[in-house]
Design a protein around this ligand. Sequence first.
Ligand SMILES: [Fe+2]
Length: 278
Amino acid sequence: MINLNEQRFVPKWEHNRKDRLELESKFSNYTGNLDIVEFHIPYTRYEFVSKMLNEASSKQGKKILVSGGDSVNFDVFSFFWKTSHDPSCAMAELEKLINVLRECERVYDQIVFISTNHERRLYKVLEKAIAGKDQVEAIKPFIKTFNDFFKESKLKKVVFADSNFIQLGDSIISHMENNSAISGSTRRWLIQYFAPRVYTPFNVIYGLHTHCQGQDTIERVKVIETGCIAETMDYWRSGKMNGRGKMSSIGYASGYMKNGLSDLNRCNPVFCGWEGYI
Ligand SMILES: [Fe+2]
């Protein structure tokens, strides 16, 4: 007899599906608070991180923080380095990240760390410099990962997810990049993307990467753009080098769920400020 599950075509988006599902299963009935943040070290507005930590510590119940990607900028590994304002080197950014996560560990019960485009910039450099993806996959085991650095730094509450999205209870936290250049258009795209792909019902999507904030309810799903908690750079305003396009807002998102079900009235973007002049 053919096992259809085994025969099932595994498309590219399901990269690390097994690890992701295993991690998600630990949170499927989660009750408590949820904060979602995009740090962008070294451009982080730390006064707003303090505000987030203060607000979280004043809340009752369990608390999870999701670092939803772009935790560090790693501009030195990027084409954008030419126009970057980044004064730091990659290792300094990583050290700052570990310090920030250490502060977060004082407030949150668990920190879920998603690895996305900025965290993978080193691999992209290697892909271009060497031969391609297969060679980089072969090299990866010889390179320290973020998770290795977290363990060395004795961060006890950080769990690492090598995935562009993760589902906690009925909430998807996503760092997809498609349709992110126009504010708001990514929300409908996220519904269309996840509806045929995620089997476990979901009621909320927290969308990162757009650096904008706002929310819509589309096809019975509340979609929240989280913003990012950093100063806005010229080159990322449109995701293009010409720096035109949308204005960003600075902030994060916050939610609450009971037995894995979100209280939709308590899931919102938390606005900290508009981008300044660039
Ligand atoms: Fe970002």
